[in-house]
Design a protein around this ligand. Structure first.
Ligand code: SF4
Length: 335
């Protein structure tokens, strides 16, 4: 079954926190939370275009801290889903929120209203990085909320960021290891970007913050990808989707933004696999077989991995082989 999410963006209105990289805290007045009619219209529109008979459909409330809304407000949105769920047109609800906005009472309410998955913005599992980033919660908040979510039998997602103030390659790797230790089933990896009208933009302007370069972010995320893949943690996204925030050319000041960021990371993952594999010995021609779903990533963004291999072989062929497991490959060298 394919999985389809119907996204409903709930902006963080009047957020009391001030994460250094975020410009959402001041959007009150310029952005409106969707009302019941708008939510229904979004769902109906998606249901008419999605091949729902071949998939599982979930409604995903994202963008803000859903459980930061009052219980009545949360229920107003959740109860709108009931007719869709009762008729089997939607199978569940996903929400994203902050780790310190989770309590047993909140979880009971969500679970009783068909919420099946909760994604927490963990961002880092290093308290110093969290403080420097103005997150307003601690690592133990993430660990405790994760434990509650798991104990209620809900799917747990833990999102992380790279390149936060005070962050390092090693700290990001340790964050990923702790996300695995919390038994998250899914993750999202967002490299930090410097956005206009944020405290981070001021730090950047005064030289107190240096963003990751695009290649640093890609190298790190490729390592994170392997770590999560080995631990069976599904990566739902790498890099910020332009529609997910308020990012446009005029608001983005600096940082490792690329519209095909996830694709670049996957290319790097496969480049590392080829470079580190002793199976690549001298020869004239090479055939590389991969699972069909890995073909594009193995060939690389704009064919970059294939081009690299042409430095060593006069002919390079990539073959889709449905019998190979995902993330594995088979090499034939012709001398
Ligand atoms: S990222 Fe931080 S400041 Fe921005 S909306 Fe979320 S909690 Fe508030």
């Amino acid at each position: 079954l394919r999985h389809f999410n119907i996204p409903i963006f709930i902006p963080e209105l009047a957020c009391p926190f001030r994460c250094v990289y975020c410009n959402q805290f001041n959007i009150t007045g310029s952005c409106k939370a969707p009302d019941a009619d708008v939510v229904r219209q979004i769902i109906d529109k998606h249901l008419t275009t999605l091949p729902v008979e071949r998939g599982r459909v979930e409604v995903a409330f994202f963008g803000g801290s859903f459980t930061g809304l009052g219980i009545a407000e949360q229920n107003k949105y959740l109860d709108l889903m009931k007719p869709y769920i009762d008729k089997g047109r939607v199978q569940g609800i996903r929400i994203s929120t902050r780790p310190d906005y989770i309590s047993e009472e909140v979880l009971q309410n969500l679970k009783g209203r068909s919420v099946v998955a909760i994604e927490l913005g963990a961002q880092s599992m290093d308290d110093e990085v969290l403080i420097l980033s103005g997150r307003g919660h601690t690592v133990s908040d993430v660990v405790e909320a994760s434990r509650w979510i798991k104990s209620m039998g809900l799917e747990l997602g833990l999102q992380m960021m790279t390149g936060l103030p005070g962050d390092t390659f090693q700290k990001s790797m340790e964050t990923a290891m702790q996300i695995v230790a919390c038994q998250a089933q899914t993750t999202r990896i967002y490299p930090t970007l410097v956005i206009k009208d944020t405290p981070l933009a001021e730090l950047y302007a005064s030289g107190q913050y240096r963003p990751q370069s695009l290649s640093e972010a890609i190298d790190l995320c490729a390592r994170l990808y392997d770590l999560f893949a080995d631990a069976n943690v599904k990566i739902l996204r790498m890099g910020l989707h332009p529609s997910e925030g308020f990012i446009s050319q005029s608001t983005l000041i600096a940082g490792p933004y690329h519209s095909a960021f996830g694709e670049l990371v996957l290319s790097k993952v496969w480049q590392n696999r080829f470079e580190l594999n002793p199976g690549f010995s001298n020869g004239k021609e090479v055939n590389i077989s991969v699972h069909p779903s890995d073909l594009n990533a193995a060939i690389g963004h704009k064919g970059q991995n294939k081009l690299l291999l042409y430095n060593y072989y006069s002919k390079v062929r990539f073959i889709a082989d449905v019998h190979l497991p995902k993330n594995e490959f088979y090499v034939d060298i012709y001398r």
